[in-house]
Design a protein around this ligand. Structure first.
Ligand code: DSN
Length: 421
């Protein structure tokens, strides 16, 4: 009778029914494709992940866990969640996975809820030294509800001071030690953290939101064998949908699951859970290991190019997907550098550097990362050129039109959503 079955997103329909929002989608696609995206926590997820996100699974309430729901009609979405759990466990060699956290912050909230009570002591990396809001910042629940002791990086090396971590752990006896960061370019020694946690009888929580895709691809050592709990996001280096997940030992499985639901969250976002399953499967394919290695090689090439241009890399370089650049010697603030790069078609974020005299809203540095540019197929030479372009944009705002031309030339060769996933 001419009724068409509905299988998924139909952009033409959106365009006819809500042209204003359709235009937002088009403009954002143009923005993502029309500049160089160097935000270290972003990526271009695959069309398959986007298809799962834009599906009717968004309609389903599924409070609870597969086979143990508080709603009828969950037998289909149960299959998506079981696949996501199985794939996450296989990908990371984890004993248990919870794939319901809506974000990395929600994953951390749930992990703390599983292990701590309000007023308990936790030891974590300070936000101004590269940690995360949820690692005990005073403006976040973690800083308000727990007694937080912070460690940082050494002034001379800008590396985590493991002696300081151990001293603080021995002095304060934290119940949880958090390792992991959002603006730390170096590898974290999870084995050393495990030793310290064991010495003081603390749980070890690795917040691997940033490097989890590099771990999935085997490009850096995994936190999973060492930490009791690993929290992660699926949308950064892992290249999946926006969301979080938690991996843990079998011993903690029940506590983690009860902390996610019903303690912290209600109904899971089943379309996102399905999209996470898609992303975990993509990360298990052989090509993903090469991607993870290229992300790091590209970050090194970019950092070396910036260094040659006289821009100082915090800690002298990178082992991961990101670098932190200290602009103090150039006399340009992080906020101003972010603006100048934006004018030249390069998107990045201002970032505090260790011992930064400026407030976070201004900051003395910028953070650059290579997950996006690597997904769109850029290689070492491209990243070397991008280093030069970032330097020109930051130093001479008058050159933004010329930089934009070079950006456009690079993008003409490497268009996101045209390369293979
Ligand atoms: N906002 C994320 C980042 O950019 O690193 C962390 O939550």
């Amino acid at each position: 009778m001419g009724v068409k079955p509905y299988y998924g997103p139909d952009f033409g329909l959106l365009l006819s029914q809500d042209p204003e929002i359709a235009q937002v989608l088009l403009d954002e696609l143009d923005r993502e494709r029309g500049g160089i995206q160097l935000i270290a926590s972003e990526n271009f997820t695959s069309p398959a992940v986007l298809a799962a996100l834009g599906s009717t699974l968004t309609n389903k309430y599924a409070e609870g866990y597969p086979g143990r729901r508080y709603y009828g009609g969950c037998e289909v979405v149960d299959r998506a969640e079981r696949l996501a759990i199985e794939r996450a466990c296989a990908l990371f060699g984890a004993e248990h996975a919870n794939v319901q956290p809506h974000s990395g912050a929600s994953a951390n909230l749930a992990a703390y809820a599983a292990l701590l009570k309000p007023g308990d002591t936790m030891l974590a990396m300070a936000l101004p030294h590269g940690g995360h809001l949820t690692h005990g910042s005073k403006v976040n629940f973690s800083g308000k509800w727990f007694d937080v002791v912070s460690y940082g990086v050494r002034r001379d090396t800008e590396l985590i001071d493991y002696d300081e971590v151990r001293d603080l752990a021995l002095r304060h006896g934290p119940k949880v030690i958090v390792c992991g960061a959002t603006a730390y370019p170096r590898l974290i020694d999870y084995q050393v953290f495990r030793g310290i946690a064991d010495e003081v009888g603390a749980w070890l929580l690795a917040d691997a939101a940033h490097p989890i895709g590099l771990m999935a691809g085997g490009a850096i050592p995994s936190a999973v064998p060492y930490a009791d709990v690993v929290t992660l996001t699926t949308h950064k280096t892992l290249r999946g949908p926006r969301g979080g997940a938690i991996l843990c030992t079998g011993e903690l499985a029940g506590r983690i699951d009860r902390a996610v639901f019903p303690f912290v969250q209600g109904g899971p976002l089943m379309h996102v859970v399905a999209a996470k399953a898609v992303a975990f499967a993509e990360a298990m394919r052989p090509g993903f290991a090469g991607y993870a290695q290229r992300v790091i090689a590209n970050a090194r090439a970019l950092t070396e190019a910036l260094t040659r241009e006289g821009m100082r890399a915090v800690s002298g370089g990178t082992d991961t997907h990101l670098a932190l650049i200290d602009l103090r010697e150039l006399g340009v603030s992080g906020a101003e550098a972010e603006r100048r790069c934006a004018a030249a078609g390069i998107t990045l974020n201002r970032n505090a550097v260790p011992y930064d005299p400026e407030p976070a809203a201004i900051a003395s540095g910028i953070r650059v990362g290579t997950p996006c540019v690597t997904t769109q197929g850029m290689g070492l030479q491209d990243l070397e050129e991008i280093g030069t372009l970032v330097s020109r944009a930051v130093r001479s705002p008058g050159s933004s039109a010329e930089v934009r031309e070079r950006v456009a030339a690079l993008l003409a060769i490497h268009r996101p959503y045209l390369s293979e996933y």
